[in-house]
Each structure stands twice: as C-alpha cells, then as structure tokens.
Ligand binder design. Structure first.
Ligand SMILES: [Zn+2]
Length: 465
C-alpha cells in the first residue's frame, strides 16, 4: 500500500510538499514556501519528521516548490536530493536570494520591535545563507529526462519535461505491489506544448493515478502570440506618449521571455532611443544559466544561441547589478523600460520604482505573471487606488495592464488536453489551487472524462493509492 499526504499546496497554490510512502520508503516531492496570505505557515512544524525522509525530489526551482528545503535540512533531513541539473543550479541562486530576503525582513521587523522595546519577541528568520550552503552539501543525484532511476527493486522514478521553466519536470513514480505494477504521476507545475524559450510539455504516458496542479483550472489564457502583441502595443503606446514602463517580473523564465520579445522589437527598430534596464541581480544570474544549459532551449532558440551567443542580450539593454546603478535609473524619466523583481511586488527593487513612477499617469505598469492573493501585485490588479511602500502612501495612477498569456502554467484547455493523452487514469487528485480553481477544474474534468474519479486534496489528508 502506498500513501500520499500533502503538507502544502492543498487548498492553496503555494507551499508544494507531498509525502509519498511506499513500503516504508519516504519520498518528499517538493518542499516549497507558502506565499501571500498563508506565509505564516512556513514557521509551523512540517507535520512529519525531516530525519525520516529518504528522498527529496524537486520538480523545479520556483520558490513555492523549493523555498522550505533549507529549513528541512536545518531540521535534520539527511536523505538524497534528486533533481535535474538545471533545477539544482537555479535552486541555488533562488534559495540564496530567498535567504537574503528573509534576513532583510527580519532586520526590518527587529528594528521596529527594538524601537518599541519588544525585540526579544522577534521571530528568527526561517533560515540563512549558511543553511542554503549546507543544503548543497547533501547528496544530490542529477536526473536526466526520461531516464528511469531505481530507488529500490520495487520503486522507480522518471523525470519528464514539464514545459514550465528551465529544468522543470513532472515525475512518474512506478512501484510494484505484489504482482501488480502501479504508477502515479506528480505534475509539479506544468506548462503547455509550445513555449517560447524552453521545450514543451511531454505527454502520452500511462498511469493509474495523477496528481495535477490547478492554478489555471478555472480559466483559459489568451494565446502567447496574442499576449506578445498586447505586450508590444502597451509598450509602444506608453513610449510614444513619453512614459516609462515598469514590468515586475519573475527572475526565471518570464524575464527571459520578456527579454526575447524586447530583443525582437529592438531588432525591428521599434525601440529606438529607449533605455531598457534589467534591474535584478537575481534575474541577471538566472539569464546566465540559460547559456550553461542550452540543451533545454527549444530548437528555434538553440539556433539563436549559436548565432548570437546569448539570445537575451541586445544593444539598448542595460544590466544593473549594484544598488547605486539601480538608483541611477531614477535619472531616466522618459522612454524607459524597467524590468525588476519581485514578480508579485512583495519586495525587491520594483518597489523603489513604484515610488518614483507609479503615481504618474503617463507611465504604465505591465503585469506578466500570476499574482497570488494577499500580494501587493494582486492588490493593484484588484484596483487599489493607493498602495503603501516602505510606509509611504503612493497613488496608483499609472496605466495597469494584466497580460496573462505568458503564463508558465498551462490553462484549463492545456491541462485537459494533457490529461487526455494519458492511458489508464483511474483517479485524478487536484492540488496547487485555491478552492474556486480546484472546484471549477474538477467540474470540467468530470464532464470530459466520465470514467475517472476526481478528488480535491485537503491538507494532511491521507490518500491511499
Ligand atoms: Zn512553478
């Protein structure tokens, strides 16, 4: 008998963490950070003993899938970490960045408490840079796509291309129970068949059980090509009126897609005399990793890599590493495009740019990624007239665009199409979605696949597979 218990991303989109136990072998699939409204849960106990875990499998290096790994190590995990090489490389820079943010946040709260004479009550950071370094001293097994890994004589796992971000995978687990061979697939986060800068989602597998994310289970995206057009028009309109464009962007994947489009615009002479800043040390590092792992880029881009050496650089792009360079961007008050983190505006340099530009209706703010409930980005999308940045009240007067077709997540149709390519599915378990997303997704799955059982997973519920 095998069991799965979800300790995160059940009833919410963040904190991915699923514990699979097969004949006494314990495999944790992802160990992500909770974000937005539920971020206090990061400080709670895991609900299982980290010293008991034999294997930690990482589907991809987004922080909501890896963000609690250093905490897991700090609390005694000593098993084997398995992930693709690109995921390991990306995870290192993402976790270093996460540790820096945790420490910065701690310092802000500590100083405030100190002023109130209550510094002793300040909660310690979840982990620090040493904990991140310790994580990468653990045994790490690098997985290749489509290569079966034997965890024991009755348990095997295979990584498959998830088409989500660089290095991303969905995981096929195969185990032998008595005379029967059983399979369960964990989707991690899945993209779609055709992506701009990475390979598309693999399909056509056989499985009894599917754990699938539901982020966009309730909706359809515009196509990526419509979104590219919408994005270009928003930029041209803003630049033509002498304004500036702010783009809060996730360091990985979205930033590279945006750079790729801007590069095409630049080569088509649509961005003459426009200053473009990539104002994120993390995104700059992440972009460099695309040169190290060209194998993962799609065919079209592989040609670009050979031809241009780096498919993401072009003449009017400035990379700003230091804080001084970032502050100097304030001197550029028109015809400027700024790409900065964080993607959901919960911190990072984008906030500084909001202070200088969000109040001005000549400017634009373009959201190109999903905004979790409770984040500043979500508040702006939901129509906030004012926001608070570092205690300063700022009017939201810039034109706000939400362009959702760039999503690294497949939409409802992509996911239904993916499910339809599987053979032998008996039960589908829905995770990684808010209640309204999983409920809507359950209804459409039931309508399309009437022989398949569908269940919305609750946190810490025991599922027997
Ligand atoms: Zn993801």
């Amino acid at each position: 008998m095998a069991t799965v218990i979800s300790y995160g991303a059940a009833g919410t989109v963040t904190g991915s963490c699923h514990l699979l136990e097969v004949n006494g072998i314990k495999i944790l699939i992802d160990c992500g950070m909770f974000q937005g409204n539920v971020e206090d849960k990061n400080y709670e106990l895991f609900g299982f003993d980290p010293t008991d875990i034999d294997y930690l499998i990482l589907t991809h290096a987004h922080i909501d899938h890896i963000g609690r790994v250093p905490k897991l190590v700090k609390e005694g995990f000593n098993g084997v970490i398995i992930a693709t090489e690109a995921t390991i490389d990306v995870a290192y820079i993402m976790l270093q960045d996460a540790a820096k943010i945790l420490i910065e946040e701690y310092n802000i709260v500590y100083r405030k408490a100190q002023r109130a004479g209550e510094e002793r009550n300040t909660r310690q950071p979840l982990y620090d840079l040493d904990d991140v370094d310790n994580t990468f001293t653990k045994t790490i097994m690098k997985a290749q796509y489509n290569q079966k890994i034997n965890l024991s004589d009755f348990l095997f796992i295979t990584f498959h291309q998830a088409g989500h971000i660089l290095g991303s995978a969905f995981i096929e687990v195969e185990f032998i129970e008595g005379e029967t061979d059983k399979k369960v697939v964990f989707s991690g986060d899945i993209g779609c068949k055709k992506r701009l800068v990475i390979d598309g989602l693999e399909n056509g597998l056989t499985t009894n059980t599917l754990y699938i994310e539901s982020t966009y289970g309730d909706r359809l995206h515009k196509s990526v090509y419509e979104s590219i057009e919408e994005f270009k028009q928003a930029i041209i309109k803003t630049i033509d009126r002498g304004g500036n464009v702010m783009i809060p962007s996730f360091a990985l994947e979205r930033t590279q897609e945006i750079l790729y489009i801007l590069k095409q615009m630049s080569e088509n002479k649509e961005l003459e005399n426009v200053n473009i800043f990539l104002d994120s040390p993390l995104a700059i590092k992440a972009t460099e990793l695309y040169n190290k792992h060209p194998f993962f880029l799609n065919e079209e881009n592989e040609k670009d890599v050979l031809e241009f050496e780096n498919p993401f650089t072009f003449k009017n792009l400035n990379l700003t590493q230091s804080v001084q360079q970032s502050i100097a961007i304030n001197n550029f008050q028109d015809r400027t495009i700024i790409i900065a983190g964080s993607g959901m505006c919960t911190g990072g340099r984008i906030l500084q740019h909001f202070k200088h530009r969000l109040w001005n209706p000549v400017n634009s703010l373009i959201f190109v990624g999903y905004q979790v409930e409770g984040t500043l980005g979500r508040k702006i999308i939901d129509g906030a007239e004012f926001i608070s940045v570092h205690g300063e009240k700022i009017a939201v007067k810039a034109e706000v665009y939400t362009i959702n077709g760039f999503s690294a997540h497949g939409d409802q149709k992509d996911m239904l199409d993916w499910i339809s390519t599987f053979n032998g599915i008996e039960t589908i378990y829905l995770v990684h979605g808010e209640d309204y997303q999983t409920k809507a997704f359950k209804d459409v799955i039931k309508a399309r696949f009437d022989n398949v059982k569908v269940h919305i997973v609750k946190e810490r519920e025991h599922i027997y597979i």
